[in-house]
Design a protein around this ligand. Structure first.
Ligand code: NPQ
Ligand code: MG
Length: 368
């Protein structure tokens, strides 16, 4: 394959409601959709950065800049391009994994569409549907939270994740357990909001039989998570700290986590995500597929990934309607708490042209 160029779509999608985490409140989803044009056809990639570097160091305008100035040019002129060649070809550029992941996704989609093979088949999926969880933002009050959780359980979600921060942790968990019972699969995500000095407070979550606590400490503090793991009973899951299969192997060996959240954007793409799955599976460590409020494009690929055998916990692979009144693809709809794994060539879904046009604020063409 040969890259002819990449059309970067700057997209702004309204969220169905504000989504509050320990790092801020989002009301729209501003991200990049890439139309990757090759000599065998086109493919679609999605860059999951946020407009500000609050979840991790990457941010959307920075991703557009590195794509246009460094990443797309690094693939230009190659005649032997395929999905697997992308990350190695970009190795000279440090970091920028979400931008790299988007480009790899688009090239892989073009390759697989041309070959008539699905993402699911390519990655090694073993299920034709995946169980889904939902991530529930921080709310102004407990009654508001209980309404939201009740609504999601009524919709059929099989696992609830509560966003937490200091001052919003034990009480919301207790309230959800009291209202909805011990049978609900329940976990929490701190997005780095705590320190090791908060260990006693985090240990107060022990009695609630949570599946896991996600990323309590800062991104760089893998060793701190290993120390924390000795002070709390809830299993620790890493998200932000894991940016590669090597990180995952190190974190597991250090005892810093006993579960891993796999987000393809965070780790530089779906192929590295599969390697993390493989490393974790070799250690008997369960993984689950995280979410970055993807459009239907990223959601399609995430659902394919989540169908690999080691993804033994429900993911943040929610239905389109959890975030968007109108997605840019045909919507993913929950059926019996599951999403169907797309089986068509490539991602198995395409943007609806009129929908993409409505939410695109700007496009730019970057020649290959
Ligand atoms: C997490 N995701 O697991 C994140 C982080 C996150 C589904 O909880 C806009 C764009 C808002 C990306 C909020 C979920 C976001 C975002 C949170 C990502 O840590
Ligand atoms: Mg997280």
């Amino acid at each position: 394959m040969k890259l002819e160029g990449v059309e970067i779509h700057h997209v702004s999608l309204p969220l169905v409601g504000p989504f509050r985490t320990s790092f801020g409140t989002q009301t729209t989803r501003d991200l990049l959709v890439l139309r990757v044009v090759t000599d065998v056809g086109e493919g679609w990639g999605e860059c999951v950065t946020m407009p500000s570097p609050l979840y991790s160091a990457e941010y959307t305008e920075g991703a557009a800049d590195v794509l246009r100035r460094f990443l797309v040019p690094a693939l230009a002129g190659r005649s032997d391009l395929d999905g697997a060649a992308v990350l190695p070809a970009l190795a000279a550029v440090k970091g920028h994994r979400m931008a790299k992941a988007a480009l790899e996704m688009g090239v892989l989609d073009a390759e697989l569409r041309a070959a008539g093979r699905s993402f699911a088949r390519e990655l090694g999926a073993v299920h034709d549907r995946v169980p889904c969880g939902v991530s529930v933002g921080i709310m102004d009050s407990i009654p508001e939270l209980l309404d939201a959780v009740g609504g999601y359980l009524d919709e059929g979600y099989l696992r609830i994740k509560l966003k937490i921060e200091p001052g919003w942790d034990v009480e919301p968990v207790r309230a959800v357990r009291e209202r909805f019972g011990d049978g609900v699969l329940l976990q929490v995500d701190a997005n780095t909001a705590y320190t090791l000095g908060d260990a006693a407070q985090l240990a107060r979550l022990d009695p609630f039989d949570l599946l896991l606590v996600e990323q309590p400490l800062e991104e760089e503090d893998v060793l701190g998570h290993a120390d924390l793991a000795k002070l709390v009973r809830t299993p620790i899951c890493l998200d932000e700290s894991i940016t590669s299969a090597r990180d995952a192997a190190a974190a597991i060996r250090l005892g810093a986590c006993s579960v891993v959240n796999v987000k393809p954007g965070r780790v530089g793409g779906y192929l590295e995500a599969r390697r993390i799955h493989d490393v974790a599976a070799a250690h008997g460590v369960p993984v689950w597929c995280g979410g970055m409020l993807e459009t239907g494009l990223g959601r399609a690929a995430n659902v394919a990934l989540a169908a690999l055998p080691g993804f033994t916990l429900p993911g943040d692979t929610s239905a389109s309607g959890r975030y968007y009144r109108e997605d840019i693809t045909e919507p993913f709809v929950l059926a019996d708490g599951h999403l169907a794994v797309p089986q068509g060539p490539g991602l198995g879904v395409l943007p609806v042209p009129e929908r993409l046009a409505v939410v695109t604020t700007r496009t730019e063409w970057v020649p290959g």
